[in-house]
Design a protein around this ligand. Structure first.
Ligand code: BGC
Length: 750
């Protein structure tokens, strides 16, 4: 049977059923009623099928026949979801097979759309540096529009794991170290992905991951264990999940780690008690890749059958890739080791989403090659990517106002192994990179700068060194080229795939001889701008101390080079602020701004005797959380609190006057921090509780407002109750966590 006849038949039979129902004068069935009706017709094996997901084996650059076992599994209704198949041509093949199954239950297609689909946006950590919730939501929106047009129903994003340890390569996927910022960003991403409502053909289901505490892997080593107090879990690691769920996230993915000895994929505490219990989550939970099967390696279960039993019973609805549900669940139900009610609950959750997506009304709803052609890489998507990319670039240093460079510069030297990289700018977890899809190459810094300057300027080039390795043979040429130029831009950093999953590193210096290359170029005395590509905070103390200007560019996506040129030449004034603390040395990690004071806080940055400090290191980070410069300057003045005492459920209105004191327009991220002076459990030295990104013309002044309420003061006490305690609070407003410009105090009274 051809696809078209199949499609027509399915739609006809569904329409017929609906007409009969309507002719009987009945109300249209609710989704839950439709799920119930369908489940009555399902065998146990078919139910298990809905809980089984495999990665697709279609060639990513074009469709090939779906292979044997996968083909049979889908057409016999034993597989409910496929991930990593992409493009309408490929996806149609799979859906055709599903519609050959007895009950014709459509497949659900998932993919890691982490920062864009064809149009790649900056890596999530970079976007977090923008502190621009609208831009971040727009980025996820564009990703959803493109992915949905390519047949995808579901993205495995946002990743909301708090990252306090830059050795962990997956910090590039998250929003950094701060719970408040990460929570706001998690909600923005979910809204962007899911659009107006599930079922629209420009929306994909979000999957908030990895539940939970994956970012706290001991030593920053990926997949490592996590051991933490419940208080820390609830206060620091869980809120971004809650924020994503409150924003409507349809699904949740478990994490690879064990948490206090229990693998997350079989944690009843996390899944049944917290997520589905306390938080009333009605979507479904998917395991991470083979994480159910991996519980044997954890030593938590003896075999795959026990793994299936433990995971399903704990509330893990869908098994990604390990096949242990498919092989064992039906038997486990027969043996009464798994309750049928638990299986039914999981199936109901999955089917509900398929109904919400409208797949039962039209399984081919997302498969429209015309739409796919029209939507991918649209000019306005590229434009949005360029804007977000420019907003994500952090200006770390700008001595003697080296930046912005003049557009009428005559000779500019571009040096370093990153300058001419194209497709690599897509970064880790891009959908495009594995295809080496040259049609959708990202713009290199070289091309972006050349396009900006036009023909009147001469660009000189020397690679200087590789990213890794000891080869210094290119240094002399690089120095010669630099000496001939009016200014030099050096592009160095980590290779795009040095951060990401399974990319933990014990050294965070600029790899290879790149910092030596910088030293050689800085020694020429020319105005030098160092641009660093990386997926995490790196350690580059010499460069930070000696290079006059530094831009932290992360990995910026399809429009990288254009965005870089926009910032280098002042068409965009940088406004990003670091979402993670940058250490001076790997030995300082984990390092984060919202630490406790301890009983022996260091009174100054160099104190070491009998205080909490390292004897061989200044007691400060290299660049603090929230830090980032602009081409203009801002004055913070006139802090006002409308009252000094906050009572019960009341509010304090806080305002300041922010003035752009420089000569160009710019945006500032005004940050509000609080400190609870005395509490029943010790509280951080400061905690971000609000921020505003404000655009000001040169010379302009604006009032910036914040509201503080009981929620802003609340925390989990020793009994894990969320509450605010009466007493004194410090209020700090500043341009970074370490650059507090205005301070006050207030009292909370019940
Ligand atoms: C990652 C997940 C990802 C999954 C599917 C796993 O290895 O941990 O984040 O969604 O693979 O690609």
């Amino acid at each position: 049977m051809t696809t078209t006849t199949l499609k027509t038949r399915t739609i006809l039979s569904l329409l017929l059923a609906a007409c009969v129902h309507a002719a009987q004068g009945a109300e249209p069935l609710s989704i839950d009623q439709r799920v119930t009706q369908l489940m009555k017709r399902m065998t146990l094996e078919e139910k298990v099928g809905q809980l089984t997901q495999y990665s697709g084996d279609a060639d990513p650059t074009g469709p090939v026949a779906v292979k044997g076992s996968l083909r049979d599994g889908i057409s016999s209704g034993q597989i409910g979801s496929i991930f990593s198949a992409k493009g309408t041509r490929s996806i149609r093949q799979y859906q055709d097979l599903a519609l050959q199954s007895r009950l014709k239950i459509p497949l659900l297609f998932g993919l890691d759309v982490i920062h864009g689909y064809k149009t790649t946006f900056p890596i999530p950590l970079a976007e977090a540096a923008s502190w621009d919730l609208e831009a971040i939501e727009r980025s996820a929106r564009v990703a959803a529009i493109e992915a949905a047009a390519a047949g995808i129903h579901w993205t495995f994003a946002p990743m909301v794991d708090i990252g306090r340890d830059p050795r962990w390569g997956r910090v590039m996927e998250g929003a950094g170290e701060d719970t408040y910022l990460a929570s706001r960003i998690a909600a923005a991403r979910v809204k962007g992905f899911q659009g107006r409502q599930l079922g629209d053909t420009d929306a994909v289901m979000a999957c908030v991951k990895h539940f939970a505490a994956y970012g706290a892997a001991v030593g920053g080593r990926d997949y490592n264990s996590v051991d933490m107090s419940e208080r820390m879990l609830w206060e620091t690691y869980l809120p971004p999940f809650k924020a994503a769920l409150d924003a409507g996230a349809a699904t949740v993915m478990t994490s690879f780690n064990d948490l206090n000895g229990i693998p997350a994929s079989a944690s009843r505490y996390l899944l049944r008690d917290t997520l589905k219990g306390k938080w009333h989550f009605t979507g479904f939970v998917v395991s991470d890749w083979r994480s159910i099967e991996e519980m044997t390696a954890h030593g938590f279960v003896a075999n795959n059958k026990e793994a299936a039993q433990a995971a399903l019973s704990a509330g893990n609805d869908m098994d990604m890739e390990s096949g242990v549900y498919r092989e064992n669940l039906a038997q486990l139900v027969h043996e009464k080791k798994v309750a049928l009610a638990d299986v039914d609950d999981a199936v109901r959750r999955v089917l509900r989403k398929k109904f919400e997506l409208g797949l039962f009304d039209d399984p081919y709803k997302f498969i429209d090659p015309e739409r796919e052609r029209a939507m991918l890489n649209k000019p306005e998507h590229r434009q949005a990517a360029r804007e977000v990319a420019a907003k994500s670039i952090v200006l770390l240093k700008n001595d003697r106002a080296v930046l912005p460079l003049s557009k009428s510069i005559r000779k500019l030297a571009l040096i370093g192994p990153m300058i001419k990289l194209g497709v690599e700018n897509h970064g880790y977890w891009s959908v495009t990179v594995p295809e080496v899809d040259y049609a959708h190459q990202a713009v290199s810094a070289w091309d972006g700068i050349a396009a900006k300057l036009g023909k009147d300027a001469t660009l000189l080039y020397a690679k200087g060194s590789d990213i890794e390795g000891e080869d210094r043979s290119g240094f002399a040429e690089a120095v010669r080229v630099a000496s001939e130029a009016d200014a030099v831009v050096i592009g160095v950093g980590e290779r795009w795939d040095m951060s990401g999953e399974a990319r933990s590193r014990s050294k965070l210096d600029l790899p290879g001889v790149q910092e030596e290359l910088i030293k050689a170029i800085v020694a020429t005395g020319k105005p030098v701008v160092v641009m660093i590509n990386a997926g995490r905070p790196l350690v580059f103390d010499w460069t930070a101390d000696h290079a006059p200007a530094i831009l932290y560019n992360w990995w910026l996506g399809s429009e990288a080079g254009n965005a870089v040129a926009d910032v280098l030449f002042g068409d965009v004034n940088p406004s990003a602020k670091l979402p993670m603390t940058f250490p001076r040395s790997v030995g300082q990690i984990p390092i984060y701004y919202n630490h406790f004071n301890t009983g022996r806080p260091a009174p100054n940055p160099t104190a070491t005797e009998w205080v909490s400090a390292y004897t061989d290191l200044i007691n400060l980070p290299k660049f603090p959380f929230g830090f980032g410069l602009s081409y203009t300057t801002f004055r913070y003045a006139d802090l006002k609190l409308d009252r000094q005492t906050l009572r019960g459920d009341g509010k304090i209105k806080v305002s300041i006057q922010l003035t752009n004191t420089g000569k160009v327009a710019g945006e500032e991220v005004v940050q509000l921090y609080l400190r609870d002076r005395v509490a029943s459990v010790v509280r951080p030295v400061k905690e971000l509780k609000g921020f505003r990104k404000v655009a000001l013309a040169a010379g302009e002044t604006r009032t910036v407002d914040f509201t503080i309420d009981k929620e802003s003061l609340s925390f989990f006490n020793a009994a894990l109750q969320w509450n605010a305690e009466p007493g004194d609070f410090d209020l700090m407003i500043g341009a970074s966590s370490a650059d507090i410009r205005l301070q006050s105090r207030f009292v909370y009274a019940r």
